[in-house]
Write a protein that binds this ligand. Sequence first.
Ligand SMILES: CC(C)(COP(=O)(O)OP(=O)(O)OC[C@H]1O[C@@H](n2cnc3c(N)ncnc32)[C@H](O)[C@@H]1OP(=O)(O)O)[C@@H](O)C(=O)NCCC(=O)NCCS
Length: 144
Amino acid sequence: MSLRQVELEDVIPLRHEVLRPGQMRETCYFEGDDNETTRHFAWVEDGQVLSIATVMEAGRDVDGKTVPYQLRGMATDPASAGQGIGSSFLQALHETVNDSWWCNAREVAVRFYERNGLVVVGEPFEIPGIGTHYVMVYEKTAGS
Ligand SMILES: CC(C)(COP(=O)(O)OP(=O)(O)OC[C@H]1O[C@@H](n2cnc3c(N)ncnc32)[C@H](O)[C@@H]1OP(=O)(O)O)[C@@H](O)C(=O)NCCC(=O)NCCS
């Protein structure tokens, strides 16, 4: 299994199935998806996309420091969820991005991100139609 940088269209099927089930396919496209600096990643096994995530340049101030990247649209194929794939993928992403990043984490995913080195900052907030979210940050430190 390995981390691959892929095209936007390669992440759309899992975004749709896992993150926007039952919604129009158009809802799976995020602002910034086509930016030159945006990178789409997949965790691939035997040519099959098992997990996806997108990294965008989107600086966010956290405690007076700018966290330069945002992780968006992370999802694992439901048939493969809960087997450690998302964790392996995130560890590989930490190395590839090689910088600090933040994300809006769904409540159900907070423990998953915490186990993978992220911390919650600030108060929970609602994204209409999707639910409670927390801003979480992975801080790249020397040696991490
Ligand atoms: C969150 C997610 C990306 C993790 O990927 P994964 O390959 O299942 O990750 P792992 O097997 O390494 O870890 C599983 C952890 O994810 C949590 N999890 C969240 N949603 C889950 C789901 N639908 N199925 C299984 N585990 C899920 C589990 O509780 C588990 O955490 P725990 O060990 O602390 O209990 C994946 O489960 C998923 O796509 N969930 C639905 C979409 C989602 O919530 N994406 C995050 C948006 S911020």
